[in-house]
Design a protein around this ligand. Structure first.
Ligand code: UD1
Length: 351
């Protein structure tokens, strides 16, 4: 069996790592990088950190509008897939690389499997929501991380081609936490003085008032904030003349490679974010999280008391992060860390 994984953006490299480890035991697994993310802190460092082999090709599409980026990926990917004609094309998550690769593959009559299928925010203003809905409906095999995601797929008529496999991010997080010897119990960790924060979503960064309100809120929290600044955040702060020096409570630093990120998160007193993956990683590590969005695809983290959706209001953020009144994180709705193995077997079963 020959399988081609198409990836391009930071969270996809994390998901690819355990899938590659399992797939390479039973198939020829080739990796194509679209080049959506190209800075080494956003791309190459992840391959190195997570032991992922170099892609056989990098399409070098870089940045652009949604249509430019998606269109360029499709044009450049088509000849590669034509040469290769793999038994499966695997796509991950909800980025422009995901939808572009899925569309290119199905139009060449290649079978597509979608890792992290079935997530929904119901917010049609998010580019990722269109990417994930369209990718699921184009795919031959939808690999769902949670029973909520399975339910979404069923309700859209995709039940027969969907499988509940758990979340690959649990696989990679467990391996990493054990490698870093992070004490499982939060009480046994020496907690740092600063909250961790990340902000990168278009809806938070691309409107000056919203971005200013978020930075002002982080600047007024009860503890210092270590803000890992995505390139989009830097760019918009520059565009809107929101000078970093004005926010004395915030230490603006570069995005971290995966291992350092997990270590910083595990020892943080709390997380403020708009990232999808980090909400879940915080939950799995037992770190409270405030999500600066109006909805989340990872609703289990909220229902189990470890995450809350909030406006950028310092009092609300501080109250949630400093509360000790939350249930122990016993139930894992995301599987037991064998998701990549299940995905590899699902591909084999259907080949
Ligand atoms: C993309 C995904 C988002 C995911 C995120 C993870 C889409 C629609 N969005 O958002 O779902 O959560 O990746 O990080 O696909 N840039 C750099 N260097 C890089 C990459 C990007 O400077 O290596 C700059 C670009 O010039 C652009 C901005 O960052 O201005 C946004 O990059 P883009 O890939 O379009 O989207 P992300 O915000 O990273």
């Amino acid at each position: 069996m020959q399988v081609a994984s198409i990836v391009g953006a930071r969270p996809q490299f994390v998901k690819l790592a355990p899938v590659h480890a399992e797939l390479s035991k039973m198939a020829t697994h080739l990796i194509i990088h679209t080049g959506q993310h190209y800075d080494s802190v956003m791309s190459a460092d992840f391959f190195q950190d997570l032991n992922i082999p170099s892609p056989i090709v990098n399409l070098g599409v870089g940045s652009g509008s949604h249509a430019e980026q998606t269109g360029r990926i499709m044009e450049r990917l088509e000849p590669e897939l034509l040469k290769m004609r793999p038994d499966w094309v695997v796509v991950y998550g909800d980025t422009n690389s995901t939808i572009a690769a899925a569309l290119t593959a199905v139009k060449l009559d290649l079978r597509v499997a979608h890792v992290e299928a079935g997530l929904r925010s119901r917010n049609r203003r998010m580019p990722e929501e269109h990417n994930r809905v369209l990718t699921d409906h184009a795919s031959d095999l939808c690999l769902a991380p949670t029973s909520n995601a399975m339910e979404n797929l069923r309700s859209e008529g995709l039940g027969s081609q969907s499988r509940l496999v758990g979340d690959v991010m649990v696989d990679v997080l467990r391996q990493t936490a054990s490698k870093l010897q992070i004490p499982q119990d939060y009480a046994d960790r020496k907690i740092s003085a600063s909250y961790l924060a990340t902000i990168h979503r278009q809806e938070n960064t691309d409107n000056r008032d919203r971005l200013s309100a978020i930075l002002t809120a982080l600047n007024s929290l009860d503890k210092k904030v270590n803000l890992l600044a995505h390139p989009r955040l830097w760019a918009r702060m520059g565009d809107f003349s929101l000078l970093a020096e004005r926010f004395k409570n915030i230490a603006f630093t570069k995005p971290l490679p995966y291992l350092n990120l997990i270590e910083s998160l595990a020892f943080a007193p709390g997380l403020v974010t708009d990232s999808g993956g980090l909400q879940k990683e915080a939950f799995l590590l037992g770190v409270p999280c405030v999500t600066l969005r109006t909805e989340t695809e990872w609703i289990e983290t909220v229902n189990l008391g470890w995450n809350t959706l909030a406006e950028p209001e310092p009092a609300i953020i501080t109250a949630f992060l400093s509360s000790r009144d939350r249930p122990p994180p016993v139930e894992s709705p995301y599987g037991v860390g064998d998701s990549a193995r299940q995905i590899a077997h699902a591909l084999l079963d259907h080949s």
